[in-house]
Design a protein around this ligand. Structure first.
Ligand code: EPU
Length: 434
């Protein structure tokens, strides 16, 4: 098992290149299965969730070739729509196979997907949308079965703004007969990204990025080339790390507009932020000040950045209040942060954070992906050594985080734990990478 070992106290400075957006990648990969021919996806992040999706595709007979460090070619012509249950259960985004298979074959059998443990993760809005298009949907013995003799476009009003349901319904509707209108749709930029790929494949999707999306079904789709948009949560994590360490960091290969909710909050906390074209420079020369944060669907403050933000605010001056309106159990990182000396009280979906001047390093464990990001931010400012376990969660969504932070001057190493009989901890950890 791997750990990240961080020795805190170094100011981050320099440039970091942000990769492609995880939550877009895990939607455009299955979207490519709707085509009759091969598609090329570029700017793919090298993360475990992408590797898992590629493994799911290969297990179903899809030819996936790596044609560059961040590019793949997907040829779905020999696709057998029987997904491997073990891999499907490893990630949430395998739910997109439902919409894809239903659209392409008129039936789908997909095990109920897994994903981060951050609260209840119902699929009722996905299923409501697929049923509106004419599918019979049941869940039995942990498998979702959907079948439709004819999939016919229909109006769908989402009761809650759901990224996954919006994309899943789009995926099913592009090959349906007639027009589907999704109202109260999610507006995240990766919904636009998926719509752009689908349109390049020959679909007719309009309105993505607004709360009403219209999809006019077409009989078939062809392969296309598509470059995935940058990952705003990876960028946000580096921006927060820069502020926490009172650093000076340029995050490159970003779309600054997508980061507006982050930029606004970090400015409020005392950071100086300059943006231009495809980069953002974040500097902070003093202790950040407390702010109030409430997560909301885009363009609100993203829930996925809430956890690293909590870590940053744990060393701010004053009392911050952070409310997660999206996930009811997304404060599991707080118990671990407490071990580093934070003063945080969680009441339901709200964390009340009394900022402390310093944190101290210890052994902590990432319980989910963004909890891991929070511990990394805390480790960068803590006195002494922080050893972060559960790195496999972090690597689901962050590409070489230790290398990128190392390039910015952080003292961070990824080490592999070796079961050692009586060795002290330092002998039991073998440093493997920079
Ligand atoms: N919801 C329902 N019914 C549904 C679907 C969602 O009630 O059928 C509720 C959820 O319980 C939640 C809210 O609607 O309260 C929003 O959920 P959404 O469907 O938007 O989330 P998701 O599609 O399951 C994606 C990301 C998450 C991210 C959320 C919100 C992927 C694979 N996951 O999840 O990403 O937090 O959108 O932006 O795209 C992460 O990257 O760390 C992560 C957890």
């Amino acid at each position: 098992m791997a750990n990240l070992v961080v020795r805190g106290g170094r100011r981050l400075h320099g440039r970091v290149r942000i990769g492609g957006r995880k939550n877009s990648a895990v939607a455009v990969i299955p979207a490519a299965l709707l085509a009759n021919g091969p598609s090329v996806l570029e700017n793919l992040p090298v993360i475990r969730d992408v590797d898992t999706y590629i493994a799911i595709l290969r297990a179903m007979g899809v030819k996936v070739d790596r044609i560059g460090p961040h590019a793949i070619r997907i040829d779905p012509r020999h696709l057998e729509p029987i997904p491997p249950p073990d891999l499907v259960k490893e990630m949430r985004a395998s739910y997109y196979l439902l919409g894809v298979f239903l659209g392409r074959y008129g039936y789908a059998e997909v095990p109920v997907p897994g994903g981060c443990d951050i609260g209840q993760r119902p699929l009722d809005q996905h299923l409501k949308g697929l049923r509106a298009l004419g599918a019979d949907v049941t869940i039995e013995h942990g498998v979702i079965r959907a079948r439709a003799d004819r999939l016919v476009g229909a109006p769908v009003y989402l009761d809650v703004v759901s990224v996954g349901a919006t994309i899943n319904i789009m995926l099913a509707a592009v090959l349906a007969e007639g027009t589907t209108v999704i109202e109260n749709a999610a507006k995240e930029p990766h919904i636009v990204d998926v719509a752009n790929l689908l349109n390049a494949m020959g679909a007719r999707v309009v309105g993505a990025g607004t709360d009403v999306i219209k999809i006019r079904g077409v009989p078939r789709l062809k392969g296309a080339s598509h470059a995935i948009i940058p990952d705003e949560i990876e960028a946000a994590t580096f921006m927060m790390a820069a502020v926490a360490t009172r650093g000076d960091v340029v995050v490159e290969n970003v779309i600054p507009k997508h980061l507006d909710p982050i930029t606004a909050k970090l400015r409020e906390a005392g950071a100086e932020i300059e943006e231009n074209g495809d980069w953002i420079r974040v500097t902070c020369s003093r202790r950040p000040t407390a702010v109030t944060v409430k997560t909301l669907p885009y363009p609100g403050f993203p829930t996925d950045a809430q956890q690293p933000m909590t870590a940053l605010l744990s060393i701010a001056e004053g009392t911050s209040v952070v409310t997660d309106t999206i996930w009811e159990a997304r404060f599991k990182h707080v118990d671990e942060l407490q071990r580093m000396g934070t003063r945080i009280r969680v009441e339901g979906r709200t964390a009340i954070i009394d900022g402390v001047e310093r944190l101290s390093g210890t052994h902590v464990r990432a319980t989910d992906l963004r909890a891991g990001a929070a511990l990394v931010v805390a480790g960068l400012v803590a006195e002494g050594e922080t050893v972060i376990g559960g790195v496999e969660h972090i690597e689901r969504g962050y590409e070489l985080i230790h290398e990128k932070l190392g390039q910015l001057g952080a003292d961070i190493q990824r080490v592999t734990e070796i079961p050692a009989p009586v060795a002290g901890r330092s002998q039991a950890l073998a440093r493997t990478q920079g």
